[in-house]
Design a protein around this ligand. Sequence first.
Ligand SMILES: Cc1ncc(COP(=O)(O)O)c(C=O)c1O
Length: 394
Amino acid sequence: MEREKLNFMYEALKQMENDYLIWEEYILEGPSETWTTVNGKRVLVLCSNNYLGLANHPRLKKAAIEAIEKYGAGSGSVRPIAGTMKIHLELEAEMAKYKNKEASITFQSGFATNMGSIPQLADQGDLIVSDELNHGSIIDGIRLSKAERRIYGHRDVASLEKILESEAKKYRRVLVITDGVFSMDGDIAPLPEIAKLCDEYGAMLYVDDAHGDGVLGENGRGIANHFHLEDKVDIEMGTFSKAYGCVGGYIVGKKVLCDYLRNKVRPYLLTGSQPPPIAAACLEAIKLVQEDNSLFVRLWDNTRYFKKALRQMGFDIGQSETPITPIIIGENKTTKEFSRLLFKEGIFGVPIYYPMVPRGKARIRTIVTAAHTKEDLDLALNAFERVGKSLKII
Ligand SMILES: Cc1ncc(COP(=O)(O)O)c(C=O)c1O
């Protein structure tokens, strides 16, 4: 009986296997660091989101251990019942200060932040306008909303304007949503033009800065700071799971926004709150980046060096402007083979394919970090060149 009920799963997996769409998880046997052991082999990591090398930083670990001693391993409840600890409030206060905003609210993850907040910002009778390459958590948040939705061409301001011009006046409220840095391509949203249109049409502007946090702006304050548009972004969202080395999501903005979300967002109201050691490590990360900008300098030196060399070798690296550098190959099968050969050379760079990127746009998405040395990057570049030539990609 069971076999029959679950048949669709066998069939789906078989189909995915035929299309080279199965995710083979790699197992890290140590911390997320530049060099670590993956599937039993010591490799150079080029695919983590650990932009500033904070995931295994001694200060973050110490803060987490001290918080365990003081508060325990878990919070014991959801935020509005008995799950708000002093450490959560300290983190929110520090985040608001760091981002030059009135207030901040934290969630269990960036995904939960988008999925939970977007439906509370636009409802029946409202309109959401979203970039076609926005992250899946935004797409799911939009799906959970009863608002009408329109998709504009990727970073296409003219396409956004056309929608706002013809549609905005028909709705009670309009919410425009964009990634700050696009996660699979590393390109940046044209925020000044988008903010100007939002002003013109009275639309709220929501920016997901998961990949701009810790990367763009003064001491990594993100894309709004980078473009001096902090007052124009109504809802600035981000994550602690990338540059800040931990896990969790947040929104910063006006106090009224955070008060509203605190009383409306279902993952805030109905899921256990961030464990205290995690909240403490997030807080330490935010303190650390404000004290010292040497990590950003190294991140950007490494980014420029790596991108230039890949471009010179003849790889298609798209329109990336940030430490995310895709090596666009196209077919899933060749991309998987590229990744396998890289791994044999001691380089960990996973293949990325549908549904993370459109079909036919499979790639190895590399991310350099502040922790890579020039020797690390040269080693990786030599391996990319050898594998690229052996597969006749360059
Ligand atoms: C643009 C973007 N938004 C949101 C998320 C989700 O963040 P988190 O890992 O904190 O759930 C990601 C992570 O992949 C992302 O790239």
